[in-house]
Design a protein around this ligand. Structure first.
Ligand SMILES: [Zn+2]
Length: 467
């Protein structure tokens, strides 16, 4: 098809800076170059390879002066390797680890309007799979490491860079593997990861989130069995009704409201960007977690409801084997998101109580993914640094601690007793979330602002010169 090629040539001719970035500093240009290199390496689970991406960054770091044993590409299998690199500090503070995952969610060319594995800069955005999740952060960390290695910047603490595999799925999660098999390489006092970042709406910067806690993911299968038979002679033991009754009770149940240090700070600080009634309820609940009216009002909004309590909801159901037969099996999956400080066993017990029927068997699926998260805490010293830098770069934008309702690799560090925070300085439009979706993108201005912020953050935390 010649037409797209011609169009491409025309675009290239009328937009000469589209690929170049004439006004960039040398460091911005290098970050962009690494970003492009990473986006163009397919790191999906199906056809991709994180090892190639890890080796691409390894080559740049070796060229900047890093050498073994301070740099290694390692992992459980050929295509799922991780990069770990270390810059040595004077040891006056314990190590700081900078984390990003290299793998990306699948992207089919036919679903996208642009090439998913090419970095395209157009109309103020970088397009491509991973531009938002999580190759911007991987590129920014990599450039910073190149710069600090090249200039042999003095540091108060070791800086560790970990670029890892299988965050988006797969059984070879890089952080989990490194903590289990190479703990000394990634042992740190503090981890900075994805999961935070700025929220904007219609170009207005609303808040800067610091992700300090996450809920725990857990799936439970509920099943009911019977001997079956001919549907012309129904019995009271039809498994579909037993399961439906149990699911109905689970669906009507609400776990109690429970605030922690993080969600309480979130409600108090995020109220400023909400509409009047919601803001009043947030402030009321933050100051009095027993305020039932405020909790009820916020519970009407799914995103706030998820912050206030453990949630469980049915996500799959299947039963029966023929239109004219009594079912022998009915089963459902109930997906739960559990507050920090609570266990999957506790939630399983609650589901059993609600099912109130011995015939309903409840089994937790993949329990190894559901180790409980420790209680949520916010490090005041880190928060103070993020607040100072946010005020410098985006005056008036509040810094807000958050609890993720999903999961990032921070959970493995937290479970291992290592404080991990989602902090990025990368702002995105909360009404236009494309991570994991089609035409994933990140604002060009927001990418370079994130680079400036993260450079200064590491400078503040480790004594390195800033971006
Ligand atoms: Zn991610």
């Amino acid at each position: 098809m010649p037409a797209p090629l011609v169009l491409g040539l025309v675009l290239a001719a009328v937009l000469p800076t589209a690929a170049g970035g004439a006004d960039l500093s040398a460091r911005q240009a290098l970050a962009r170059e690494i970003y492009e290199e990473l986006v163009e390496i397919d790191t999906t689970h199906s056809t991709g390879d994180t090892t190639r991406a890890a080796e691409a960054i390894e080559a740049r770091l070796r060229a900047a002066g890093l050498a073994s044993p301070d740099i290694a590409v390692l992992g459980p299998s050929d295509k799922r390797k991780n990069l770990v690199a270390r810059l040595r500090g004077d040891g006056s503070e314990p190590p700081l680890l900078l984390l990003a995952h290299l793998d990306v969610v699948e992207a089919k060319r036919e679903d996208w309007s642009v090439e998913p594995f090419e970095l395209l800069e157009r109309d103020g955005f970088f397009y491509g799979r991973g531009t938002a999740d999580d190759k911007a952060m991987a590129a920014i960390w990599s450039e910073l490491f190149v710069e600090l290695a090249r200039t042999r910047a003095p540091l108060r603490r070791d800086l560790i860079l970990a670029l890892t595999a299988d965050e988006e799925g797969g059984r070879e999660n890089g952080v989990d593997w490194l903590l289990r098999h190479q703990r000394p390489l990634v042992d740190a006092a503090l981890v900075i990861n994805e999961g935070g970042g700025g929220h904007m709406r219609g170009g207005r910067y609303l808040l800067h989130a610091v992700q300090a806690a996450e809920k725990t993911y857990a799936d439970f299968e509920l099943s009911v069995r019977d001997k079956g038979g001919h549907s012309s002679r129904p019995t009271a033991l039809n498994p579909i009704y037993s399961l439906a009754d149990a699911l109905g009770r689970i669906g009507r149940f609400r776990f109690p409201v429970e605030l922690n240090e993080v969600t309480r700070a979130y409600l108090a600080r995020a109220a400023g960007v909400e509409t009047e009634g919601t803001a009043a309820a947030m402030l009321a609940l933050a100051s009095d977690p027993t305020d039932a009216a405020a909790a009820e009002r916020l519970s009407q909004q799914p995103s706030y409801n998820a912050q206030l309590r453990t949630t469980c909801t049915a996500t799959r159901v299947e039963a029966g084997h023929a239109n004219n037969a009594l079912p022998q099996l009915a089963r459902a999956v109930v997906n739960c998101r559990i507050l920090p400080g609570h266990s999957a066993d506790e939630v399983k017990g609650q589901l059993a109580e609600l099912a109130a029927d011995e015939r309903v068997e409840i089994v937790q699926l993949d329990p190894e993914f559901s180790a409980p998260a420790p209680p949520a805490r916010v490090d005041p010293a880190l928060l103070a640094v993020v607040e100072r830098l946010t005020a410098e770069l985006w005056p008036g934008v509040p810094v807000v601690p958050t609890m993720g309702a999903g999961a990032t690799d921070s959970r493995y560090f937290r479970r291992a007793g290592i404080a991990a925070y989602g902090v990025s300085g990368l702002f995105h439009d909360i009404d236009d979330v494309r991570a994991h979706g089609r035409d994933e993108r990140l604002g060009v201005k927001q990418f370079y602002e994130g680079q400036a912020f993260l450079g200064r953050l590491v400078a503040a935390l480790a004594g390195a010169p800033g971006a």
